[in-house]
Design a protein around this ligand. Sequence first.
Ligand code: SF4
Length: 146
Amino acid sequence: MAGSGGVIVMDDSRNMVEILNNINEFYAHESCGQCTPCREGAQWMKKITDRIVAGGGVAEDPATLKNVADNIAGKTICAFGEACSWPTQSFLAKFKEEFAAKSTKALPPPMPPEYTRDELVAHDSIQAVPAPRGNGHEIMAPAATR
Ligand code: SF4
């Protein structure tokens, strides 16, 4: 048995983050959902690369992606688990700089502490916090609502 493999040829103008996002979308769609690491991990990898491509990447994303991929391979009942994690693992290893450049933002600040009712009344304005979900944590509430 020689095994099997595939080769994709593309020119060097391609954005490797976008290509991995395309691959992740395929695997997230194709997972049958029987194994938790594959079912959840494939979706997580796609969501992370979706967010990086949309401009909302944070500096921790490459490490998070690798961690997710490392926890799929070898932990599923069929070889699809390896197939969906290997692209992420190899892209991160071979194109480290491209992923780092697209994932440059700092993590969003922690949520503000709980305010008591009196403190809410006493404050002219409450510190705005990033939207918990969105394309990037820089998306904030409009100034009028802060
Ligand atoms: S590893 Fe195979 S069996 Fe498990 S969820 Fe993925 S596709 Fe299904």
